[in-house]
Design a protein around this ligand. Structure first.
Ligand SMILES: Cc1ncc(COP(=O)(O)O)c(C=O)c1O
Length: 360
């Protein structure tokens, strides 16, 4: 099967095999050495000297960690939403009793840094801004550097969901002064789902000390204290650490610039290939993601049927739309371990699926 969903993504054979290694003591020296290598490698990709917590959780666990460690009940916060994952941040802040002010942009559109700055200025009590870098549900990459300038220019604390961009699209955590940044193993990292990464800076440590929200499993202070001893507070997903250790070797061997260039090349190829088939891309031009492409389902076509034919007849696994876009879109993932052949085979399978749909 050609797994072309925006995560979980295919895992290279060497990485899968690495995960099958014999179990080790998670409080022993081999684990500590591996944790040091993985932490150093992930920080390099994050382009940060900040602390990094590696949680045994999916990406949503990292989102929850960002909220419970930095936001207190009753606090006003600003949540920028351009799709379903922005809405997830909104929901999380509500669940934990914060008072979110939503800056919503239409699906398919990017967030506008000027608008964000305007709303921030109008809400002097809202000290924290939460934003999605790459909105996987609509295939939009937000202009993160400009958003960070707008937020930091107003001296607010910035939490970034870079779950489906980091390691595929450049994110310069320190240069852009991003306070808390999240990613997840099943996206560009070429690893199975189950590890989440949270980078956090000095300002975050001050916030963590002041935040009154109760927290336990996802307490970043515990993660930091354990990391200093080469451990995690709780039993980690050791097999996924083995996988990360191997995938970081592969990423390093390819070189980050080449990894970014490959994602951009695949993004361009998928966009032009699908448009050449007469399909319409959903995201606004100029903000289309190099990790996932969202495509409008042609008139009269049922997305479930399209995906079923692609899968059963042509071995291509596509994602559907999410939330209100469930029946309107399909999504083609091109992140992580993705080859030129996988892209070409995927485009060919979409073409054959459309032909079959026309005949039926
Ligand atoms: C942008 C973004 N944020 C958050 C998540 C949630 O991550 P998970 O499904 O690993 O909990 C995803 C996963 O699809 C995502 O793409």
């Amino acid at each position: 099967m050609n797994l072309r969903i925006p995560g979980p993504t295919p895992v290279p054979a060497e990485v899968a095999q690495a995960g099958a290694a014999e179990m080790i003591d998670h409080r022993g020296p081999e684990f500590a050495a591996m944790m040091e290598r993985v932490t150093t490698g992930v920080k390099e990709v994050f382009q940060t000297k900040n602390d990094l917590a590696i949680l045994s959780a999916s990406g949503s666990g990292a989102m929850e960690a960002a909220v419970v460690n930095h936001i207190s009940p009753g606090e006003e916060v600003i949540v920028v939403t351009v799709g379903e994952f922005g809405k997830r941040f909104l929901e999380l802040t509500e669940v934990y009793g914060a008072k979110p002010v939503e800056i919503a942009f239409d699906a398919g559109e990017p967030a506008d840094p000027n608008k964000i700055e305007e709303v921030i200025k109008a809400h002097p009590n809202a000290q924290t801004v939460l934003v999605t870098h790459n909105e996987t549900s609509t295939g939009v990459t937000n202009p993160l550097q400009q958003i960070a300038q707008a937020v930091k220019g107003q001296n607010r604390f910035l939490i970034v969901d870079a779950i489906s961009s980091l390691s595929s699209i450049p994110v310069k955590v320190d240069e852009w002064n991003l306070d808390v940044v999240l990613s997840g193993s099943q996206k560009g990292w070429m690893v199975a789902p189950g590890l989440a990464f949270v980078s956090f800076n000095e300002a975050s440590l001050e916030r963590q000390a002041k935040t009154t929200t109760p927290r336990f499993y996802l307490d970043l202070r515990r993660a930091k204290a354990s990391a200093e001893r080469g451990q995690t507070p709780w039993t980690p997903a050791v097999s996924l650490f083995f996988q990360m250790d191997k995938s970081l070797e592969l990423i390093k061997a390819e070189g980050m610039d080449n990894v970014y260039a490959r994602h951009h090349r695949h993004g361009e190829r998928v966009r032009s290939g699908l448009q050449n088939l007469g399909l319409t891309l959903f995201a606004r031009e100029g903000f289309r993601s190099d990790t996932v492409t969202a495509v409008l389902v042609p008139d009269g076509v049922d997305v479930a049927n399209l995906r079923k034919i692609a899968r059963s007849e042509f071995g291509l696994v596509l994602a559907g739309g999410q939330g209100p876009l469930a029946s309107k879109l399909f999504r083609f993932g091109h992140l992580g371990y993705c080859t030129d052949e996988a892209v070409e085979e995927g485009l060919d399978a979409v073409a054959k699926t459309l032909e079959q749909l026309k005949r039926s």
